[in-house]
Design a binder for this molecule. Sequence first.
Ligand SMILES: [Mg+2]
Length: 239
Amino acid sequence: METTFDFIAFDADDTLWHSERLYAEAQKQFTQMLSNYHDAEWINDRLYQTEIRNIHHFGYGIKACALSLIETAIELTEGRISSKEIQKIVEWAKIMLNSEVELLPHVSQIIPQLSRQYPMMIITKGDLLDQETKIKKSGLGKYFQHIEIVSQKTFESYEKLLKKYSVEPRRFMMIGNSLPSDILPVLKLGGSAVHIPYEITWLHETAQEPPRDHSGYYELEDLGQLPPLLDRITENRVT
Ligand SMILES: [Mg+2]
């Protein structure tokens, strides 16, 4: 039977392995550090504002997060944060960058299995060195024909990638945990997109409502449900 997709592409952070909980943990320690100055809610709110403001300077990832933590700490303590505490934030970033890659459930079985049926790629955004390191640590690199680390995942960036690999949108499927980054731009382009929500989502990655009526949109609970979904789509298209 002919396969339905020329490429199936996966997001990496919180789709193949845990990531967001590292940030949540750092944020928890950060609110504790500043607890003498402000309550947690206000700190989180200001931190979020700083991160959004800084995206177009620093992009995404751990280094960008650390710089925003430092900037927020200086702002919220009106300059009273100590160099020792700033050192601590830098240490958190190093711990995050060096932490083990922990695969999500089903990933270690499903990825090798699907790679025998479909050409696959990873499309991830964030810091180049960090993402390369995680792909290496995950041991999954060999299952993907292409690994694309992009600065952002927009309609334009997907359009460019599909052109680069000469893939028609209707023969392309993207799988990921973020509606605005992994799902909506791909649907707009005419591709298929599978949303697998992760237990926590960074505020910036939460979108309105899932586009449940959009053709090509699918929602799964975990990656283990992907092979039967692909079989179903293939059967329906061929007959
Ligand atoms: Mg993700």
